[in-house]
Ligand binder design. Structure first.
Ligand code: AMP
Ligand code: MG
Length: 361
């Protein structure tokens, strides 16, 4: 199946009870080596048959993804995993029984069943079972494991609607299944269980506290804390690339005192506006009144800091909206690095490319 320069079909599916005929059509495209974008509970994925080297190469081409960044293999249930790895360690079974289907990706030893592009040539493979009915139906109907990164051009904010997918990949993929907005809005947590102590390589929809409740202490890879191009080599290849970034440059303002953070954002906004830059401000319900009446700025209120689930669900759409509004610079307030806030802050820090201003108390 050829994906390059094709017309992308856009099919609307019921997110709860997807039409069998549509899913069969999409499954046949995957089996034939084509690319299908589909909704998951995290963000939209760009799927290919994970056992087909040419199909997998198509993902890298369509996204412009660096070749050394491995993919997550999506399967329909834990039982299927034993077909593709020699051993399913007890910690994987425990985690999967509790968190699959759901936003948890497990990195474990093995993966030789897949073409090297899937694993980035590593001796580990990343696997998850998505919770979205459309994703599950598609994987089952295709009858193959589905390699699927987010369905965006590499480096751009991940897509949480079919419209975002089409903005980035129209003409490059065969089909997008449109099941409405993704619920969670940030990607899965990537947990490496291939060594002695489990390590979070990427924070995401499954929070650290819930993992620790089940399996005890979980480390966090220091590379998640910011610009992973500096410091030691990250254990997750994808963490070394600037990512999730809108076209405008983004500056992140962090600090415990949210009022002081907002006050500093206001000072910087005036400074940028004075030199003719169009300013966007990413804020929260608790501090949005700082910008009341300031019509010269594009202000987006991404829910409340105290409700990180809402912030996560609005994050990528907000970053893409700043682009549509044509702003030059986005001044983003930070939020506590707690629970789902860890995923939101990781994405904001990476979108900033390391441009973080810390406001001390
Ligand atoms: P995405 O591009 O959103 O699908 O993200 C997949 C993430 O999982 C990237 O950060 C990859 O680098 C990471 N990943 C995939 N496979 C592995 C692996 N075998 N070891 C470590 N990280 C991995
Ligand atoms: Mg991605």
């Amino acid at each position: 199946m050829e994906n390059a320069a094709c017309e992308t079909r856009h099919l609307v599916v019921d997110p709860r009870q997807p039409d069998v005929t549509l899913i069969e059509e999409a499954g046949a495209i995957l089996r034939g080596g084509g690319l299908v974008a589909f909704p998951t509970e995290t963000v939209y994925g760009l799927g290919a048959n994970a056992l087909d080297a040419r199909a997998v190469a198509g993902i890298f081409e369509a996204k412009g993804r660096p070749a050394d960044n491995p993919l997550i293999v999506h399967i329909d249930c834990l039982r299927t995993l034993s077909r593709y790895v020699n051993e399913v360690p007890p910690v994987v079974s425990r985690l999967a029984s509790r968190f699959w289907p759901g936003p948890l990706t497990l990195v474990l030893q093995g993966g030789q069943a897949f073409p090297p592009a899937v694993t980035g040539g590593l001796d580990t493979v990343a696997v998850r079972v998505p919770a979205h009915p459309v994703a599950l139906a598609l994987i089952r109907t295709a009858g193959v494991p589905v390699a699927a990164p987010s369905a965006n051009v590499s480096g751009r904010p991940s897509p949480t609607t079919a419209g975002h997918v089409l903005d980035d990949l129209s003409g490059k993929i065969a089909l997008v299944l449109d099941g409405g907005p993704s619920g969670l809005g940030v990607e899965s947590t990537v947990l490496d269980v291939s060594g002695d102590c489990p390590v979070i390589l990427r924070p995401g929809g499954t929070i650290r506290r819930d993992l620790e409740e089940l399996i005890g202490p979980v480390e966090v890879d220091p590379a998640i804390n910011g610009d992973a191009t500096t410091g030691g080599a990250p254990r997750s290849p994808g963490m070394k690339y600037t990512h999730y970034a809108p076209r405008a440059s983004l500056i992140l303002f962090e600090g415990h005192d949210q009022r002081r953070v907002a006050a500093r954002v206001l000072v910087e906004a005036k400074r940028f506006a004075a030199v003719g830059r169009k300013v966007g401000i990413f804020t929260y319900g608790e501090t949005s009144s700082f910008y009341d009446g300031m019509v010269e700025y594009s202000v987006i209120v991404a829910g409340k800091r105290s409700d990180p689930g809402t912030v996560a669900s609005l994050l990528y759409e907000s970053l893409r909206r700043f682009d549509r509004l044509g702003v030059d610079v986005i001044l983003a307030e930070g939020m506590p690095f707690d629970g789902l806030g860890m995923a939101v802050m990781n994405r904001l820090r990476r979108a900033s490319g390391g441009h973080v201003v810390t406001i001390e108390c």
